[in-house]
Design a protein around this ligand. Structure first.
Ligand code: ASP
Ligand code: MG
Length: 406
């Protein structure tokens, strides 16, 4: 007998039939003697519908009122779900974030969880009930409703699993798990059976949007085993877990890419202390994330500074940098948005020196030019021309023997 937290996303509870099917599935685990805590998202499309409604009321919707509105979708699904369970002859109770005391900071629409009081849930579990908690929502110390940011139900589930010291947290979604690369562009992508928290963090931040990135950070901190799997099949999905020795047998776990990238180059920057601060401080003050940075020297007094920003922030960043460039006496600013960042991720690369070379060779054999390179302990990223995305991903997937994995 175990304590299991199970989260079902919007597509899994999209209509009454699906809610009943999910209730039946959860009761299957309950009948085996497990204590069940269920976290639900709003029905698919609902949260977007609320955003549209809000935009019709106010040019910039009031954040506090926005959260009252956004949180309502989850209130609907938890109530319906509890009814479905009761109809099937078992006891259930629906609970909102406020009732569970999921206390957050005051950052409306992107609040962070500060604490969870597990007592109420424990009491209901002891009484034999299936506990159904609204995902995505919390409450401030002043008792205002908050939401955790889009996709935040994953975070609710993992945080609850941590607070309850649950044996596992199942994240049910509409895909079978985490893949070695994007199946939409590579036919030979395979489902990964086990992946470490760190690898998942790298893959999630690089765009493998299966799991909300914040939930993985919490899972790692509290060592919650997370099982990402499909609502629509009985198959095992992907386990996101702590690193075990034998997980290093694969050199690379996945190949990923991010098209939300743009490059900015400041030419002939005077090479003296303080210029990096002058260039990057105004960008970060504007809330724009700079990712890779490369500085090439041109003789002794000048340097070129090249870096990447999210493509969605490109225009804003350009305007800021052009102003700075004029101020510091740089020659000019140029940029491009037709680039992509392709990355390989894997704990196995820690003890293998040749991985980077294999990556560079694979790309050059395809005639792909590498514009920028960045590495971390378990990741190597290359910026290349966007038109080579598919070719690069497929050839790297093959070069690292992922075609044959799983
Ligand atoms: N319903 C929220 C959203 O659409 C939360 C979630 O689905 O995780 O973002
Ligand atoms: Mg979701």
């Amino acid at each position: 007998m175990a304590l299991i937290v199970q989260k079902f996303g919007g597509t899994s509870v999209a209509n009454p039939e699906k809610i009943k099917a999910v209730a039946k599935r959860v009761l299957g685990y309950k009948k085996q003697g497990n204590d069940m805590v269920v976290v639900l998202s709003a029905m698919a499309g609902e949260t977007n519908r609320f955003v549209d409604l809000a935009n019709q009321m106010q040019a910039i919707p009031d954040p506090r009122e926005m959260d009252v509105l956004l949180s309502s979708g989850e209130q609907v699904t938890v109530a319906l779900f509890a009814m479905a369970v009761k109809e099937m002859g078992y006891d259930a109770v629906s609970l909102l974030g406020d009732q569970v005391k999921i206390v957050t900071d005051r950052m409306h629409t992107k609040a962070r969880i500060k604490s969870i009081d597990a007592e109420l849930i424990r009491g209901h579990l002891a009484a034999g009930k299936v506990v159904v908690v609204a995902g995505f929502q919390g409450v401030t110390e002043e008792r205002d409703i908050t939401t955790l940011g889009r996709g935040g139900s994953d975070t609710t589930a993992v945080a609850l699993a941590a607070a309850l010291n649950a044996d596992q947290c199942d994240i049910f979604t509409d895909v079978d798990g985490v893949y070695t690369t994007d199946p939409n562009i590579c036919d030979s992508a395979c489902k990964i059976d086990r992946i470490t928290y760190d690898e998942m963090l790298e893959l999630a931040s690089l765009g493998a949007k299966v799991l909300d990135i914040r939930s993985v950070g919490i899972a790692k901190r509290y060592k919650v085993p997370v099982h990402v799997r499909s609502t629509f099949s009985e198959n095992e999905g992907t386990w996101v877990v702590e690193e075990k020795k034998k997980m290093e047998s694969m050199l690379i776990t996945g190949v990923t890419y991010n098209k939300n990238e743009a490059r900015i180059t400041v030419a002939k920057v005077p090479d003296q202390p303080g210029t990096a601060t002058k260039i990057f401080k105004p960008i970060s003050d504007a809330g724009i994330n700079v990712d890779m940075i490369i500085q090439n020297t041109r003789g002794s007094e000048m340097t070129d500074m090249t870096f990447t920003v999210p493509r969605t922030d490109y225009k804003r960043a350009m305007a800021i940098v052009e102003k700075t460039a004029a101020e510091i006496g740089a020659e000019g600013v140029s940029g491009a948005t037709d680039i992509v960042k392709v990355s390989i991720v894997g704990v196995g690369m820690r003890n293998n020196a040749g991985i980077a070379t294999t990556m560079f060779e694979t790309l050059s054999n395809e005639g792909i030019n590498i514009m920028m390179i960045a590495t971390s302990e378990i990741k190597i990223s290359c910026v290349i021309e966007e038109k080579y995305t598919e070719l690069a991903v497929r050839s790297l997937h093959k070069a690292f023997n992922l075609d044959a994995a799983a």
